[in-house]
Ligand binder design. Sequence first.
Ligand code: NAP
Ligand code: ZN
Ligand code: ZN
Length: 347
Amino acid sequence: MIQAKAYANMSATSKFQPITIQRRDPGPGDVVLEILFCGICHSDIHTARGEWGPASYPCVPGHEIIGRVVQVGKKVKRFKLGDIAGVGCFVDSCGKCTNCKSHEEQFCDDHTVFTYDSLELDGKTRTYGGYSSHITVKDKYVLKIKKGQALERVAPLLCAGITTYSPLKRYGTKKGKKVGVIGLGGLGHMAVKIAKAMGAEVTVFSTSAEKEKDAKRLGAKNFILTSEHKNFSKMQGKLDLIIDTVSVKHDFSPYLSCLKMDGTHVLVGVASEPNEVKASSLIRGRKKLTGSLIGGIKETQEMLDFCARKKVLSDIELIHAQQIDEAYERTVKGQVKYRFVIDAKTF
Ligand code: NAP
Ligand code: ZN
Ligand code: ZN
């Protein structure tokens, strides 16, 4: 077993503290990473605080992982010692069902093994995420990272990047299309950058007036401050697609009214409370309300290569492990600019 340093919380209300966890020695198809950086996703907060239901403690979150390969199993061909690699939101799946075979492992019919607070395929070994010094992962679930990039700024692509890239691509984002992004946080700022890199005109909907300058710097053409209802009027019927990253319950109606006929509103933010939808806001204009969950391994690799080619990186604040609680507080208040990333040297 490999002894790894990690940061965990011990209950939904406790602070993070250092612990030691065990990672398996590499089997023939495994890769061991020495973790360099790990992003803080709002899903880490929802999970660690039990907002989606009880978590298992100790809980070691983190699914935006960049590391250096330090051990490889005998059968591993895709990686060698010293390579830079990434791990995202899941680390295994059945590999046999229709969804796994069509590269949508996040929707495995049998069992997607999420990177943390999940069980391995054996049904009993708990998974621990990237707030730690090392991780052992099956080769097929490890992503290749192009050299020469600022790696701390690549880490958030492993969740925030793929979660926004996947629906942007699925719903045809390209030059001539108009995309709305709700919430300028971790996912939101990546949605702006990726939609812009795909050629679309981007409108940001935000509760924070002070983010207007940043929204424009990140690539948005328009900024709508959502606290005043009248501000929505200039976007009525204008958008082809909306990516909704808001992490709390909110009213979809004013946003749906900004869609063109047949437009699509994609939920990626996961509020714990149910939202209400007025049927008429979908019926008039035949609008679609749908959701999206991260992306499969193949599409995640495609997104990483796209971002490397287009020089799309996350805007981050690099922190020490000892600052995780503070970073959570700021994220919940919408004060993240725009992703916290932990320097794994500090675990
Ligand atoms: P984040 O960095 O906290 O960003 C969320 C943004 O939503 C905030 O910065 C804020 O932007 C806006 N917001 C917050 N409170 C709001 C409120 N009361 N009303 C309106 N807007 C509000 O979070 P994130 O990491 O981007 O994650 C966002 C959500 O996506 C979370 O629920 C997370 O669990 C989920 N998620 C889903 C997937 C998936 O696969 N579907 C993957 C990753 C994360 P403004 O200041 O601009 O308003
Ligand atoms: Zn995430
Ligand atoms: Zn499967």
